[in-house]
Design a protein around this ligand. Structure first.
Ligand code: ADP
Ligand code: MG
Length: 607
């Protein structure tokens, strides 16, 4: 460890400035980065009230020399760079964080280097040491930051409520833990252990600890060795391309955000599988002089030299990983065929497209897409544009009543449909009825969602959600952030009918569920509820958002349900009739549509 020195004025002028202390999470980021820079193998973090009362970081790193302790809290004093900003290998280099923090909060520090006999304990206020004593202690550093912004009410009032600040703290600690699987990191918030990584350098076990055991399912290895560029890490296999994903990039030990890299990877997946949405955790190593980290002290962006070359290599590495996975699979499992073609051309073809005669693809597909009722601009409808304009009924269109606008779908129609001939269930989703000149399609999921939603919401508003205890609890793995938030909103979540507690590290136990969901799989419901609460950014009450949570719950319950019998369809229509808004699902999508007989006559060229 070097001694701490003041940066020259020339260097100070070159350093991009900006506020580093905005909340507890930003303080924590600076403290953990200091511990990492000090070669710590173990870092333990304790926070209270979202960092407002306490942020404590204990490490076993190099420590600070006794004689340097004053300097550590001066602006632009650092042990990390000497002459230039051209190739920075440490996370810190501005010598600014401890000084800034000391103006925002009370700090106490205990620290000792390996070669000094005793350590030092100091209290710091507004970058001045107000007391210091020699003490005997282990090598390493303990920093406690208390009462953030106590003396600056104008800043204090911008802090969010404790839970939201804690979520940001978990976020920061998660990113740094993922960036450093070789360092053991333990995070405890308000007396509760959020995560612990062993520091055994194994990426998957580190992901497992902080992102939950689901995160490591279906990941494939990425390895690029193209000196001086190295990329190592994991990315989603073709079986695991979803909307719910994580994208983590670590560049030279620094957690960064790069829209460019994210887009490049998305594009590669699109080429191969026709869709993006991969999760990944990649560690990129390039020579320090090829990265400019002096962009903004609190932002995660960096500037890359030779950016396009780096992007190209990353894409190639992802392609290689996907190709390897593809070759390992049984041929029958492969849903897409790809061929190696130039960058700009799409490289996938759906197998099935080969077997559909061209003509059928165009006419039939057109007919199906028309039947989605949604697109008024399509060919068929534009052929009927005159009719539409003269206000005559078009052959097909979306029929719904929403927000009081009248149309031919009304409550009476629903009552009548219940007794009409049932044709069957199309695509496992649309219950088809024939009535007069029309075929009516009922989106059974949307109808179900509406019925469930109104019943469930009403019982919630009356504080009477009927619940069903489970004989065996359902155990599901969740990321640490989600587990934390469920524990914070335990009572509120119980009010919407879910009794949940932490089962063991990384898993929750669902002990009872709303009676309405007895026949559904509640795993996706609880996962989505947790994700939703984690994403809340403002200080709004739970009660204001509960309606939305109930909506999410109903949507996820119904999404997984499958075929429905005729009797069930008729019962569903009766229930739908009883709802206040039987025309749309809670998200506003129509529930009933109709196709006029003329549509078929036109399709078969009878008229
Ligand atoms: P920077 O990290 O940019 O150098 P800081 O204000 O964060 O600036 O820290 C100032 C100096 O204090 C560091 O350069 C380092 O020498 C020392 N220091 C801070 N935290 C630790 C720690 N946990 N272990 C060892 N040294 C530390
Ligand atoms: Mg620092």
């Amino acid at each position: 460890m070097n001694h701490i020195e003041l940066l020259t004025k020339e260097l100070v002028d070159k350093i991009a400035a900006g506020e580093v202390v905005v909340n507890g999470a930003s303080v924590l980021k600076e403290l953990i980065e200091n511990s990492i820079d000090a070669n710590s193998k173990m870092i333990s973090i304790i926070t209270k009230n979202g960092g407002k009362s306490l942020i404590k970081v204990v490490d076993n790193g190099d420590g600070i020399y006794k004689e340097d302790i004053q300097k550590a809290f001066l602006r632009n004093a650092t042990s990390k760079i000497t002459s230039s900003l051209d190739s920075i290998g440490t996370l810190g280099f501005r010598g600014e964080a401890l000084a800034s923090i000391s103006f925002a909060a009370d700090i106490s520090v205990i620290t000792k280097t390996a070669d000094q006999q005793t350590g030092i304990m100091a209290h710091v206020l507004q970058n001045k040491i107000i007391s210091q004593n020699e003490i005997s202690c282990n090598k390493g550093t303990v920093i406690e930051v208390r009462d953030l912004f106590r003396t600056i009410p104008a800043r204090f009032k911008y802090l969010k409520k404790d839970q939201l600040e804690t979520i940001e703290i978990i976020d920061v600690a998660t990113k740094i833990a993922l960036a450093h699987p070789e360092t053991s990191i333990k995070l405890e918030c308000d007396g509760k252990e959020i995560f612990y990584t062993s520091g055994n350098a194994d990426i998957l076990s580190c992901m497992n600890s902080v992102l939950g055991s689901e995160s490591t399912a279906e990941m494939i290895c990425v390895d690029i060795d193209d000196a001086p560029l190295f990329v190592h890490g994991y990315t989603s296999s073709s079986n695991f391309i979803t909307e719910k994903r994580f994208q983590h990039i670590v560049l030279n030990g620094r957690y960064i955000h790069s829209g460019q890299i994210n887009r490049a990877i998305d594009q590669t997946y699109k080429e191969y599988y026709g869709k993006s949405g991969a999760s990944f955790l990649l560690y990129i190593q390039i020579p320090y002089h090829m990265v400019d980290v002096n962009v903004h002290p609190a932002k995660l962006e960096v500037k890359l030299l030779n950016e396009s070359l780096i992007l190209m290599l990353i894409k190639q590495g992802i392609r290689d990983a996907l190709k390897k996975e593809f070759l390992l699979k049984e041929p029958s499992q492969n849903k897409v065929i790809y061929t190696e073609v130039s960058e700009s051309e799409p490289v996938i073809m759906e197998e099935i497209a080969d077997y559909i005669p061209k003509k059928m693809v165009s006419t039939q597909a057109q007919a199906f897409s028309d039947a989605s009722f949604a697109d008024k601009d399509n060919e068929l409808n534009s052929a009927n544009a005159d009719q539409l304009e003269t206000d005559e009924p078009p052959f097909i269109h979306r029929e719904q009543v929403s927000h009081g606008k009248s149309s031919s779908v009304n409550k009476e129609l629903i009552a009548t449909l219940v007794n009409m001939p049932y044709i069957g269930n199309a695509f496992g989703l649309y219950a088809m009825f024939e009535m007069g000149d029309n075929l009516y399609a009922v989106d059974t999921h949307a109808a179900h969602e509406r019925v469930l939603y109104e019943k469930y919401l009403k019982s919630y508003q009356q504080k009477a959600v009927a619940t069903q205890p489970l004989m065996m609890p359902i155990i599901i793995p969740l990321p640490s952030k989600q587990i934390y938030i469920l524990s914070q909103y335990n009572e509120e979540v119980a009010d919407i009918g879910f009794e949940i507690d932490e089962f063991d590290t990384g898993n929750i136990a669902i002990r009872s569920i709303p009676y309405y969901f007895a026949k559904y799989d509640v795993r996706p419901i609880v996962t989505e509820i947790a994700d939703e609460i984690v994403s809340w950014q403002t200080n709004d009450d739970f009660s204001k958002r509960s309606e939305h949570l109930i909506q999410i719950a109903c949507h996820n319950a119904v999404r997984g349900s499958s075929d429905i019998s005729e009797n069930e369809v008729r019962a569903l229509l009766k229930d739908l009739y009883e709802t206040e808004m039987p025309y749309t699902c809670p998200h506003g999508r129509p529930i009933i549509g109709k196709i006029n007989q003329k549509y078929f006559m036109k399709m078969f060229e009878r008229i």
